[in-house]
Design a protein around this ligand. Structure first.
Ligand code: SR1
Ligand code: MG
Length: 419
């Protein structure tokens, strides 16, 4: 590999990578027998599928700018360092869910990893009306394992602090979330985009001082409450599935933050899939069927998170927080303390959920669930339901006691004509 950073392309990739043992061992040592396709459809990076006589790999390379915008928005290559580190931790904390990493080159912003041959991006499956067996339990458990095992409930205080220090340097990516997700939806930011017809709804959101304050309280937690390593960008585009297998990819936005962050972002993306269904299905029956499945997925994801967190509390509580010495060893249950934590996680998740529902319709980087709806009037009316439910979630996060309340709220908004 060259020392100086140079982006890969279809022509230079085989020559440049075939001399690396970890790669040629998996693809084959004759680069002329390799086929290379660039398949990156995300907002930031190059992604190549490389196939040779021995097998197929994924080659992901950071560009020195935001791909979605172009070189007017420079962005550090170091994001691949944080993605690499997060993948390693995901695989330690919940093995077999993140792709296996075969090779990493920091200078080139390059990660070579497992090719998920049969898997497809979950967002596309949801738009296509496909269901995935086991999705909710796998991802709910994954979120719980990441939340628990990256925190002072499990890690040694020294390891935790060192890891927080390491990931605090992922601050360029954190800044994207701080601005695009938490703040830009609520004012006329330069890169904002929205569907025509939403002006009145946007006015309601931007005039709601209570809601904006709650969203900023959550941003304060994002920046200062380094509880655990979050995936940082856990939407349906960061999950790949077959009909019954689920993997979680793409943790370059990883950061140490609130334990409910990933769960909240995930539920938001399921809710957006839910609200967009009427535009993607060809009959009311199909729409109802898919929407029900999505709501069931939200319910089971949340329940799996709680179940797994409760199990980890009993079996993996080895850190400095809530030690057995002051509870169980004195014949006192620690359930009260755990339930307090779960309650706080839930409030954070509900708040993040509402904010994510806003940013995907008002800020930069919208999602295909809505963007692929060609009829602007239909798109705006479905986005309005999503935006106004997001507001309710941010306003009522402290009184929404469980997931069923959210499911009922979604069904209720799904019936409303708001614009
Ligand atoms: C400029 S990056 C925009 C968005 O793409 C990523 O997937 C993250 O969600 C980020 O917020
Ligand atoms: Mg991504």
């Amino acid at each position: 590999m060259y020392k100086k950073y140079e982006p890969l392309n279809l022509d230079n990739l085989p020559r440049r990578l075939s001399t690396i043992g970890e790669i040629s061992g998996r693809v084959g040592s004759e680069p002329e027998r390799w086929t290379v396709n660039e398949v990156g459809d995300g907002n930031l990076n190059l992604v190549f599928i490389v196939t040779g006589p021995k097998g197929t790999i994924i080659v992901k390379q950071a560009l020195p700018y935001v791909r979605l915008v172009g070189d007017s928005w420079p962005l550090t290559l170091d994001r691949s360092f944080f993605e690499y580190n997060a993948l390693i931790r995901q695989n330690e904390r919940d093995p077999g869910i993140a792709p296996e990493v075969y090779y990493f080159d920091q200078e080139q912003g390059l990660i070579v990893m497992e090719f998920l041959a049969e898997h497809k991006i979950l967002r596309l499956k949801l738009i296509g009306g496909e269901k995935v067996e086991g999705l909710a339990t796998t991802v709910g458990k994954h979120c719980a394992n990441l939340a628990f095992k990256g925190s002072d409930l499990h890690m040694t205080a020294k390891d935790k602090k060192n890891d927080v220090a390491l990931f605090q340097k992922n601050n360029e990516l954190m800044a994207i979330t701080e601005n695009l997700v938490f703040t830009d939806p609520y004012f006329k930011a330069d890169m904002n985009q929205n569907t025509e017809g939403l002006a009145e709804v946007i006015k309601v959101l931007r005039n709601d001082v209570r809601m904006k304050s709650n969203a900023q309280h959550m941003l304060r937690k994002f920046t200062s409450n380094a509880e655990t390593m979050c995936h940082g960008d856990l939407h349906s585009g960061s999950i790949m599935c077959t009909s019954n297998k689920t993997r979680v990819i793409d943790p370059e936005f990883a950061f140490y933050g609130p334990m409910g962050f990933d769960l909240g972002m995930l539920i938001a993306n399921y809710l957006m899939a839910f609200f967009s269904q009427p535009a993607h299905r060809s009959s009311a029956v199909e729409t109802q069927n898919c929407q029900k499945w999505i709501l069931d997925t939200i319910e089971t994801t949340t329940k799996s998170f709680i179940e797994e967190f409760t199990l980890l509390w009993k079996t993996e509580r080895k850190g400095i927080l809530y030690p057995e010495s002051i509870f169980e060893n004195q014949d006192h249950s620690s359930s009260l303390a755990m339930n307090d934590i779960l309650k706080e996680i839930w409030i954070d998740a509900v708040t993040v959920c509402g904010i994510e529902m806003h940013r995907r319709c008002l800020s930069l980087a919208h999602n295909a669930d809505f963007e692929e709806i060609e009829d602007v009037k239909i798109r705006a009316s479905l986005e309005a339901r999503n935006l106004l439910m997001g507001r309710e979630l941010i306003l009522k996060a402290h009184s929404i006691s469980n997931v069923n309340y959210i499911l009922e709220m979604a069904k209720d908004f799904n019936r409303k004509d708001l614009i």
